[in-house]
Write a protein that binds this ligand. Structure first.
Ligand code: SF4
Ligand code: MSK
Length: 628
């Protein structure tokens, strides 16, 4: 039996690092959580509005309406839609940046096309001519078509055509087919401006459409273009948890989401001249590791090891061996520069989207990126010489993992078992057959962050173990996938935690029971996986015994993701309540109302044991409805 790293062991490490923080006079999220709790009830329930300067207004027994007359349902609905718009903007703007990088590619340039086959497939889908053309001309035109997806005046997201016909018809019928991404975001902000929509259902419907412009738009574009630029991931061995930091090496940590710059940083750490420079300073070499979704991106493409997930970002600096943390966008604590100041750590921001006081700002420029990255690595080497040995504490724990399971690899693995590769797209039939036969009961996508509202990572761990025991295959992205890595759940040995059926499938297909599919933007891969399974089964996406779970979500991106998953007909199980509780209408709409529109909705339970039971019950109910 493999030894998992338990939540208790992780907590012990965090407690030891916390002692280091106290000794260094540094504050961490634990301290700030104490000063922020109990949380403001109005904010928690979503019934505080500050959308105009007559307010802020809040709904209470004394005042059932804001000054303009907006009630709890209007206010909670508007706040909810604004979260979806912000989440959609974040994922999609990340995709837009990547498209600009694709537009800058050239054969002798800093960025090149790595997956030509994928580019040509996308060109065909986008209606871009390829015959007799230079691959870089094709890349530039593909980038231009992709960029138009953000602002085109007419028409819908091109990738919605990848969804089953039944979904496309439903989205058109329900008026939630997503138009240009920026348009959906702007419409959401416009609808929620003072004096506009006060009808909760209309706000929820726009939330579904805006979410769809992310899932079958921005996020999917981000994933495709990242694969074209940096290569479609393949199975790779890696390791995870704080033990990947090295005492005798220069440690460079990349953190955030957009891999454009971190790819250059990773490449720069491999330059012999810089490796030699590190050695002249007494280090054995340069060790690059990742945090959050940037870690997922570079891990799947280079095997870069993962230092941890969201709530581990401060712990990495507290080890006293983080010589440089280089961040791009999203999920970066503004607390980090101050914490870095308590150590020798250089903290570097690289994007105008995430400027943080106290950081060294080196703004990423495509043409200069490699030189910028090399300069940063030199700065990290210099910082290494300034480490304070008294502040060094690297926890031992790390686990091995296998990452890199985009749809292409999953299909190839299945094909290896049955030779069922029927067309260019491949087939999920072996997986369908295993589910029909009951060897697998179903599949669950576990995604999202960790969150101080609950015991961090505990829900992920408990839910994952219980699902595996019940023969339910897991695909994971984001910080959930990193918890699986830290805990030792996504390697091939961890099949011993599985039920007999899932263990047999893992053996036969030669996969771990948790398939790491990437960053949070890569939940678009999960959409395509579920759409592909529905196609090969000949049923609708809503009918499949497949659900999404976000046990510890925290970001606005998660609210957007949940809305495109629900719009795609897949139920979403949440362990953290959305901030709409102050409106009975909103609670009804997100748990039941959307079922009448898309066939799916939220199931919310803050108790992980009850949540996992409801997931299993939900999967079994879908099986019964299918007659299997
Ligand atoms: Fe108050 Fe209405 Fe202004 Fe919101 S929009 S702050 S509820 S007056
Ligand atoms: S990084 S959005 S904390 S998954 Fe994608 Fe993790 Fe959530 Fe950020």
């Amino acid at each position: 039996m493999p030894e998992f790293t338990t939540i208790e062991q992780m907590e012990e490490v965090t407690a030891k690092l916390k002692e280091r923080a106290v000794a260094a006079g540094a504050e961490t999220w634990e301290d700030r959580t104490k000063t922020q709790t109990p949380h403001c009830k109005f904010g928690e329930d979503g019934i505080c509005c500050k959308n105009c300067s007559m307010g802020p207004c809040r709904i209470s027994p004394k005042g059932q309406r804001g000054i303009c007359g907006a009630d709890a349902h209007a206010i909670a609905g508007r706040n909810y839609l604004r979260s979806i718009a912000a989440g959609t903007a974040s994922h999609s703007d990340h995709a837009r940046e990547i498209l600009h990088v694709l537009h800058s590619t050239r054969r002798d340039g800093p960025y090149q096309v790595r997956d030509e086959a994928k580019l040509l497939r996308l060109a065909a889908e986008y209606g871009v001519k390829t015959e007799g053309r230079d691959i870089y001309d094709v890349a530039h035109e593909v980038a231009e078509v992709g960029l138009m997806e953000f602002g085109k005046p007419e028409g819908y997201q091109i990738f919605t055509k990848r969804a089953p016909k039944e979904r496309q018809d439903l989205w058109a019928k329900e008026g939630i087919m997503p138009r240009a991404i920026d348009r959906e975001i702007a419409t959401s902000l416009h609808m929620t401006h003072m004096g506009n929509t006060a009808d909760a259902e209309a706000l929820v419907r726009q939330g579904l459409r805006t979410g769809l412009s992310n899932g079958w738009g921005g996020s999917m574009i981000g994933t495709e273009i990242t694969d074209i630029l940096f290569g479609t991931p393949i199975e790779r061995k890696t390791e995870g948890n704080l033990g990947v930091l090295e005492r005798d090496m220069v440690n460079v940590v990349v953190h955030g989401h957009d891999p454009a710059f971190s790819e250059m940083v990773v490449t720069a750490t491999e330059v012999k001249e810089l490796q030699d420079l590190a050695k002249t300073k007494g280090a054995k070499g340069i060790n690059v590791v990742g945090l959050c979704c940037t870690a997922n991106e570079v891990s799947m493409r280079h095997g870069v090891r993962m230092a941890g997930n969201f709530l581990q970002q401060e712990n990495v600096i507290l080890t006293g061996v983080c010589d440089m943390m280089c961040v791009d966008v999203q999920c970066i604590f503004p607390a980090l520069p101050k914490l870095a100041d308590c150590f020798h750590t250089k903290f570097v921001t690289s994007s105008p989207i995430a400027r943080i006081p106290g950081a060294i700002h080196v703004e990423f420029e495509v043409e200069k990126a490699f030189d910028q990255a090399k300069d940063l690595v030199k700065m990290a080497i210099d910082a290494y010489t300034k480490r304070d040995p008294n502040k060094v504490f690297i926890p031992d724990g790390k686990q091995s993992a296998i990452v890199g399971y985009p749809c292409e690899i999953i299909i190839n693995k299945l094909d290896g078992v049955t030779n069922s590769h029927i067309d260019e797209l491949g087939s999920y039939r072996p997986a369908v057959d295993a589910i029909k036969a009951g060897v697998l009961r179903g599949a669950v996508g576990i995604v999202g962050c960790n969150n101080p509202r609950v015991r961090p990572d505990y829900s992920h761990f408990e839910i994952m173990k219980e699902l595996l025991k019940n023969d339910i295959l897991i695909v994971a992205t984001g910080c959930a996938a990193q918890l699986a890595t830290k805990a030792g759940l996504n390697n091939k040995e961890s099949k011993w935690v599985c039920g007999d059926g899932l263990r047999r499938v893992c053996d036969l297909v030669d996969i771990p029971p948790i398939l790491h599919m990437g960053a949070c933007v890569d939940i678009s891969r999960i959409l395509l996986l579920v759409a592909g399974i529905a196609r090969d089964w000949g049923v609708n996406m809503t009918q499949l015994p497949i659900v999404g779970v976000a046990p510890e979500w925290m970001s606005e991106k998660a609210v957007s993701i949940a809305n495109y998953v629900i719009s795609s007909g897949i139920d979403v199980y949440l362990g953290i309540e959305p901030q709409v509780k102050g409106s009975s209408q909103m609670m009804e709409l997100i748990t039941q109302g959307t079922r009448k529109i898309t066939g799916a909705g939220f199931v919310i339970n803050t108790d992980p044991k009850q949540l996992v039971k409801s997931i299993i019950d939900g999967i079994e109910a879908k099986r019964t409805a299918l007659g299997i």
